[in-house]
Design a protein around this ligand. Structure first.
Ligand code: NDP
Ligand code: 8X3
Length: 252
């Protein structure tokens, strides 16, 4: 197969790491990004033997760092075929009136602006080649709002809006834009949201069978491997125990 390149942001854990593995299994060369250098350095051990891997360590919030890393890709890594905008997280779960402004900044800066900064660097090459697939990881929180989810939900609603806008604006260039909106997936997500409170994080997934990062990665791999004339535009994926952002059946 002709060498194809997938760039996955936030590939150091959870959905991003599972997606790197799933796309590598499809034969993609992988650009994996994240802030934790040790995780990036160890990633190759979890990828299929022989995977062509380039790791880039940067914070998606830092516009200049994003530009520096992505504008200086080695020549044979410039033609990215698939971009998975996955880096993101929730910070806190508080009523709006007692929300922490640093948490608000983090969510808007990472989930929304970070996705834009990365996309801005990668879209021109796709446009020039009139080819490419962008997968934006939204959330059920981008389709519905739940109590105390306020700013996280706003950030993911913004991802949904940006995804729809990208699909329209990139349409003349034959670029596919896919929105993937998961419900509860057991990853490091809740540990980040609850700032390292392991007990509280575990409770989120107790009494139900949550999705695994591999469930989402399989879906992404399926979506990107459809024939070029097919775009799975908008995918909501929930665990069976979850009917909506707020309706969840737990057997405790
Ligand atoms: P994880 O916490 O396991 O992974 C988050 C990834 O994002 C890590 O690789 C992390 O890498 C990266 N990341 C976070 N902040 C930054 C930053 N500032 N700069 C660069 N990379 C960053 O969580 P998930 O795998 O669950 O989350 C992945 C995506 O899926 C997120 O967008 C999340 O909102 C979304 N999602 C998650 C759901 C869930 O229930 N888990 C459900 C719906 C959507 P590092 O720390 O090394 O920088
Ligand atoms: C993550 C899913 O419901 O915890 O986006 O917000 S939820």
């Amino acid at each position: 197969m002709e060498r194809k390149i997938a760039c996955i942001t936030g590939a150091t854990s959870g959905i991003g790491k599972a997606t790197a593995i799933a796309l590598a299994k499809l034969g993609y060369a992988i650009i994996a990004t994240g802030r934790r250098k040790d995780r990036l350095n160890n990633l190759s051990k979890d990828l299929p033997v022989g995977t062509d891997l380039l790791t880039l360590c940067f914070d998606v919030r830092e516009r200049e760092a994003v530009q520096k890393e992505l504008r200086n890709l080695p020549e044979n890594w410039k033609n990215i075929d698939v971009l998975v905008n996955n880096a993101g997280n929730a910070h806190g779960l508080d009523p709006i009136q007692s929300g922490n402004t640093d948490d608000w900044d983090a969510m808007m800066d990472i989930n929304v602006k970070g996705l834009l900064y990365v996309s801005k660097e990668i879209m021109p090459n796709m446009i020039a080649r009139k080819s490419g697939t962008v997968v934006n990881i939204g959330s059920i929180a981008g389709k519905e709002v739940y109590p105390n989810g306020n700013v996280y939900c706003a950030s993911k609603h913004a991802v949904d809006a940006i995804t729809q806008g990208m699909r329209m604006d990139l349409n003349p260039f034959g670029i596919r834009v896919i929105g993937v909106h998961p419900g509860l997936v057991e990853t490091e997500f809740s540990m980040v949201r609850f700032k390292g409170d392991a007990e509280r994080s575990k409770k989120v997934y107790q009494g139900l069978q949550p999705l695994t990062p591999e469930d989402i990665a399989d879906t992404i791999a399926f979506a990107v491997s459809r024939p070029g004339h097919v775009v799975l535009a908008d995918i909501v994926i929930l665990p069976t125990a979850q009917a909506s952002a707020t309706v969840i059946t737990k057997k405790l």
